[in-house]
Write a new protein. Structure first.
Ligand code: KIV
Length: 279
């Protein structure tokens, strides 16, 4: 049985740190699951790292459902949370419930949506139909990016008070967890100590209850944006390009395929064939 939202909530009570990573495809999700990561997040960052968009705004429900289905075929142990993409939940509560249901049918255990206090009513309605919700405050790529660009949140007292208020309202609305993105570490710590549910940070310091990273950042596979907070555990893109160059050279010099990569015919059959075609 895979992890549940209750297991993740319990981890905070037991002071165990929670690991989360984004996943979008079967192959990498299998490896993340095998590594024992607690939460696989099918983030709408898929739009950038998988589909090459400039930002997350063009991502559709159909795309999120396809990524969610692929990850759900791979996961055995982790909790699976999927993002509601831009404009799949903002226009009406009915949209929010319908689209959350689609992600759950695609294999998610819970959905995540961006927004603070303003989203409390919507979150409450989704939770009321039985779908667990993860909130997302601080930098919200679907909207903050439109007005401010990439900017650390919670650097002033007023901005900190707003974030703390958002977190409390989301707690009251019934989220099982909150992601906080690019928030000053002091404010992230205050929020983590204030609310009862797990706070999963990205670029928000070490005092959060857990951490999430985009898997391509961690593996060193996405070079377009290199956020300061994203620790690179390897430089996979260099290794991949090197391997592909080796392959190209092997093809050009006929080194590949070698005998061990080929299939042969039965010798007598080959003899008969040669006679028949006169070669
Ligand atoms: O889409 C995403 O990858 C996310 C994380 C940055 C939390 O929402």
């Amino acid at each position: 049985m895979h992890k549940t939202v209750q297991d993740v909530i319990k981890m905070k009570k037991e002071r165990k740190k929670i690991s989360a990573i984004t996943s979008y495809d079967y192959t990498l999700a299998s490896l993340c699951d095998k590594a024992g990561i607690d939460i696989l997040l099918v983030g709408d960052s898929a739009g950038m790292v998988m589909l090459g968009y400039e930002n997350t705004i063009p991502v559709t429900m159909e795309q999120m459902c396809m990524f969610t289905e692929a990850v759900s075929r791979a996961r055995k142990n982790s909790l699976l949370v999927s993002d509601l993409p831009f404009m799949s939940y903002q226009a009406s509560i009915e949209d929010a419930i319908n689209n959350s249901g689609k992600l759950i049918k695609a294999g998610a255990d819970a959905v995540k949506l961006e927004g603070g206090s303003i989203m409390a009513e919507t979150i409450s309605a989704i939770v009321d139909v039985g779908i667990p919700v993860m909130g997302h405050i601080g930098l919200q790529p679907q909207t903050t990016m439109l007005s401010e660009g990439y900017k650390v949140q919670g650097k002033t007292k007023d901005s900190a008070m707003k974030l703390i208020g958002d977190a409390k309202d989301l707690e009251e609305a019934g989220v099982f967890s909150i992601a906080i993105e690019m928030v000053s570490h002091e404010v992230a710590q205050i929020i983590s100590e204030t609310v009862s549910m797990p706070v999963i940070g990205i670029g928000s310091g070490a005092k959060c209850d857990g951490q999430v990273l985009v898997v391509q950042d961690l593996l060193g596979m996405y070079d377009k944006i290199k956020p300061k907070f994203a620790k690179r555990y390897m430089n996979l893109s260099e290794d991949i390009v090197k391997s592909l160059e080796n392959y190209r050279n092997d093809v050009e010099s006929s080194k590949f395929p070698a005998e061990e990569n080929s299939f042969s015919m039965n010798v007598e059959e080959l003899e008969k064939l040669r006679k028949e075609i006169g070669s």
